[in-house]
Design a protein around this ligand. Structure first.
Ligand code: XLS
Ligand code: NI
Ligand code: NI
Length: 438
């Protein structure tokens, strides 16, 4: 059986190619900044958008044509879909995929039945991983779709639901380990609140901290050594998501003594929903040693929600790659948490979307590598802070100076040396020069 008969394995043809089913920039074996593109980028296809999204929205029903999917909740359908997914990963030459438990296998009549369904599909996933060499970047548990999670999962007011969520994460960890998952992700889902009139925020956050500790302990118990990741998002579905941005997540992790066990999975559309640029979120996580992985997508500047579009803008991908080259990405990946528009309903659109974004990230990588190699931003940056390289600057940075000492220096020096230009416009033009030339 083949679900994509018109597509064979996507090849690199170079920037002059007009073939929409070829890579123009992503050349997996090409070495950039000391590593192959494949090693740098660790492209990942997500199961939920690519194989479960139907195209329905609040105004209309499903649009996607997915001939292999009978639309039923049977395990047989789930297993067939899994084989199709691997045909897609293989033809796209994507080294990784990622899933929620409920994306890959249907819920059953009881928790035990649901777990058995998950095991049955996991068997197929394992077989397909072995056949193709495609690996699991991360697993996660969907604790937001089912109505039982209306008040949250690890932050719910309902202890019975908390218990159920714990069972779900336990199982998802076991399956992620069984499939050699490299990471395990917690995106908050409904961990947040709509109004403080009915919410004990402190108690909910304490419960969340306990929940994460139990997950860390269980991972140790079963020998799962993958990296735990938290994915910040400021709103949607709740008004106040607890993991609102990188800074809030790190503060939470520090308060609950979890920094040794968690890093962050930063998503572009979530950064912009938080009122930040993606580069800000990446840098904030990176400078604290907490940059784990990225959910590579983009929002729409004119729409205020999580549209999860494929990123094709070189300016954005080059900015992202600048930070990733600085801090490194492994064991994470460039994970396409992105969906085709509901008007792009044919299976072939899934290829066009991924190829376009893989190329945009590959070109972004080349741009960023050149900028770094030539010190195009580094030199001006060093110059900008040059006054701090003095003896006094070093003493302050080392914590050896006092306010009184600085006051004496200030009295002697009089008016400080004149400021220099920030040169933002010049640097933006320099950036464009590298986009032109990469
Ligand atoms: C939703 C999130 C979700 C996570 C995985 O906004 O991006 O898709 O990546 O639960
Ligand atoms: Ni995401
Ligand atoms: Ni999202």
């Amino acid at each position: 059986m083949t679900a994509f008969p018109e597509v064979s394995k996507i090849q690199y043809e170079g920037p002059d190619s007009d073939n929409p089913l070829a890579f123009r920039w992503y050349n997996p074996s090409e070495v950039v900044a000391g590593k192959t593109m494949r090693e740098h980028l660790r492209f990942t296809v997500v199961y939920w958008h690519t194989f479960r999204a139907t195209g329905s929205d609040p105004f209309g029903g499903p649009t996607m044509l997915r001939g292999w999917d009978d639309g039923s909740d049977s395990v047989e359908n789930a297993c067939r879909r899994a084989r199709v997914a691997f045909e897609f990963f293989e033809k796209l030459d994507a080294p990784f995929y990622a899933f929620h438990d409920r994306d890959v296998a249907p819920e059953g009549g009881s928790l035990a039945e649901t777990n058995a369904n998950f095991d049955a599909v996991a068997k197929v996933l394992k077989e397909e991983q072995e056949r193709t060499g495609v690996k699991l970047l991360w697993g996660t548990a969907n604790m937001f779709s089912h109505p039982r999670y209306m008040h949250g999962a690890a932050t719910t007011c309902n202890l019975g639901v908390y218990t159920y969520a714990a069972a779900q994460v336990k199982k998802a960890l076991e399956v992620t380990k069984e499939l050699d998952g490299v990471n395990y992700v917690f995106w908050g889902g409904r961990e947040g609140y709509q109004t403080l009139l009915n919410t004990d925020m402190k108690r909910e956050l304490d419960h969340l901290g306990r929940f994460f500790h139990m997950a860390v302990d269980y991972a140790k118990e079963i020998g799962f050594t993958g990296q735990f990741l938290i994915e910040p998002k400021p709103k949607e579905p709740t008004k106040h998501q607890y993991d609102s941005d990188a800074a809030a997540c790190l503060n939470f992790l520090r308060s609950y003594d979890l920094t040794d066990h968690f890093k962050l999975n930063i998503e572009t559309n979530h950064a912009t929903l938080a009122g930040h640029e993606m580069m800000h979120e990446l840098e904030y996580a990176g400078m604290q040693g907490a940059l784990g992985s990225i959910d590579a997508n983009t929002g729409d500047l004119l729409l205020g929600w999580d549209t999860d579009q494929f990123a094709t803008n070189y300016y954005l991908t080059a900015q992202i790659m600048l930070v990733l080259l600085k801090y490194g990405l492994s064991p994470g990946g460039v994970n396409f948490d992105a969906k085709v528009r509901r008007e792009s309903f044919q299976p072939i659109d899934l290829f066009y979307a991924h190829i376009g974004s893989m190329d945009a990230f590959a070109k972004g990588l080349k741009i960023a590598a050149k900028i770094i190699e030539e010190g195009a931003l580094q030199h001006p940056l060093q110059q900008r802070y040059a006054s701090w390289d003095s003896e006094l600057g070093r003493r302050i940075e080392a914590g050896q100076a006092s306010l009184s000492e600085l006051a004496d220096v200030a009295l002697q020096q009089g008016e400080p040396p004149v400021n220099e230009s920030g040169r933002q416009e010049l640097l933006e033009s320099v950036f464009n020069r590298y986009i032109d030339r990469a």
